[in-house]
Design a protein around this ligand. Structure first.
Ligand code: GLU
Length: 486
């Protein structure tokens, strides 16, 4: 069966040595989208053969991060460490058919070889000393590694679905190790065996693996020669993500875990999904792309060849868009987790349309919802305090009087306040601003009539009175002492 007639199978193959960072998440996303677009299969393989560096926490972080982003996988998770017998079996098969050979060189000998190559300014690579050597005289219990017999002449060309045709002279590739002296498989062998056994048709991964593809392809071909049914996969090596300054992405740029974007930055999964998609893939200039459209439109031809730049501001801008689109009950639940103050859930839901207008993340949303909590505002910002100084408190009194006898709905409250301002020869803002300060403790909040309606008559009047009463606490936060108070 040729590859093109097979149903698409992709895999995401992270090594669980740390959290799921955004580069990995984007690789997972592209694999997932490609599979879904082609109604194929998206597999997950945890490459945990490096037992010293792999941790169960990292496995959980990867699985949870993918689930949060909605990147489900088909079938059970494959743990590479459970497949070591099979890796060994393939190495021995290659050995048996002459595509691999035993190398008895000791680590010391190889170190010396490398030292000589360094001194002679030659490329560092295995020199093939056991490739055609006679091993008849070797004692039976001598430790050995199994090395692949790579093609020596000619070139290997990969028609990479992202990078285009890339060619490497075979003379540049050495006979690398398949099985270590302790009988364990190397990464290079394990990946090829697993990709074959899992039926992977498309290997989509970071372009830091492009060099590996030139070692993996001959392995597929050797096994295909041995038993058939090992077609070349399609390779697609996607450029890495760089920071906004063009340097390779690191922690300094916010190369953080997916969990950190969720927990610390308050990003919604659909925003990160959309942002990661746009980071390296384009469909015209469209920025906002839904999950459904992404599945419909995604293809490897839209993946660019140059590194993309990560920009937190752009991510937050997209996040703001998704916050405004998000269901208010869902947002209320997310905000409730972040608010250290109790707010009735109904009230939070009701307030959400007004609060989310300007927010870029869940932290800002929570900050904007603070004023809804009973007992607030506990502290006034300096600016809010300033609005209640000078004539502010007197104006608050005028507003209070006008509101006290008004029907408590937006239109009536507005009419009452407009009339009171006109009666006192003031602008509406001169009443509304001290009112906002007293009700919310801040100078930026939803519209003042929405605030009044959300808080209700009783709570609003209580907060206003607290600032009118003689001896009421007037300044909790002011540190600059520059405002003149009544
Ligand atoms: N486990 C490798 C990594 O995390 C990826 C291997 C592959 O995709 O072929 O970098």
């Amino acid at each position: 069966m040729t590859l093109s007639s097979r149903r698409v199978v992709t895999r995401f193959a992270p090594s669980p040595t740390g959290f799921l960072h955004i580069g990995g998440a984007r690789t997972a996303l592209f694999n997932w989208l490609f599979a879904r677009h082609h109604a194929g299969t998206a597999l997950l393989r945890i490459e945990d053969t490096d037992q010293k560096r792999s941790t169960p926490e990292a496995v959980d972080a990867i699985i949870n991060g993918l689930a949060w982003l909605g990147l489900d996988h088909d079938g059970p998770v494959v743990f590479q460490s459970t497949r070591s017998e099979r890796h060994r079996e393939v190495a021995l098969k290659l050995l048996e058919h002459g595509h691999a050979y035993r190398c008895y060189a000791t680590p010391e000998e190889l170190a010396e070889m490398r030292e000589q190559q360094r001194a002679a300014r030659q490329p560092i690579r295995y020199d093939g000393r056991w490739r055609d050597a006679d091993s008849a005289h070797v004692a039976p219990d001598t430790p050995f590694t199994v090395r692949i017999r790579m093609p020596r002449s000619g070139c290997t060309t990969i028609a990479d679905a992202v990078q285009g045709e890339v060619t490497v002279a075979n003379s540049e590739l050495d006979d690398f190790v398949l099985l270590r002296a302790d009988g364990t498989a190397t990464y290079m062998l394990a990946v090829v065996v697993d990709d074959h056994d899992m039926g992977v048709t498309h290997v989509i991964r970071g372009d830091d693996h492009l060099n590996n593809a030139f070692r993996q392809l001959p392995l597929f071909r050797a096994m295909d020669a041995v038993e058939g049914g090992w077609p070349d996969p399609v390779f697609a090596h996607i450029p890495l993500i760089h920071g906004s300054d063009g340097a390779k992405l690191s922690k300094r740029h916010g190369a953080l875990s997916v969990e950190a974007y969720r927990d610390e930055f308050g990003i919604l999964p659909e925003a990160l999904f959309n942002y990661l998609l746009r980071l390296g893939w384009g469909h015209g200039d469209t920025e906002e792309i839904s999950r459904e459209d992404a599945i419909r439109l995604f293809d490897l031809s839209g993946v660019g060849r140059s590194p993309s730049r990560f920009d937190l501001r752009k991510l937050e801008h997209l996040n703001g868009h998704y916050l405004r689109e998000a269901d208010d009950a869902r947002l209320a639940a997310l905000v409730a987790e972040r608010l250290e103050l109790p707010v009735a859930r109904d009230l939070l839901v009701q307030a959400m349309p007004f609060i989310k207008v300007r927010a870029r993340n869940l932290n800002e949303l929570a900050e904007g919802a603070r004023f809804l909590a009973a007992g607030e505002p506990r502290d006034l910002t300096d600016k809010a305090e300033a609005l209640l100084s000078g004539d502010g408190r007197r104006h608050l009194g005028i507003a209070a009087e006008a509101l006290a006898s008004t029907h408590w709905d937006g239109a009536s409250l507005e009419a009452a306040l407009v009339a009171a301002a006109a009666g006192a020869g003031l602008k509406l803002g001169q009443l509304a601003q001290p009112l906002r300060a007293a009700l919310t403790g801040t100078t930026s909040s939803p519209g003042i009539f929405d605030v009044l309606v959300l808080l209700g008559r009783e709570e609003s009047m209580r907060r206003i009175r607290a600032h009118l009463a003689p001896g009421a606490p007037q300044n909790h936060l002011a540190t600059d002492g520059g405002d003149a108070r009544v």
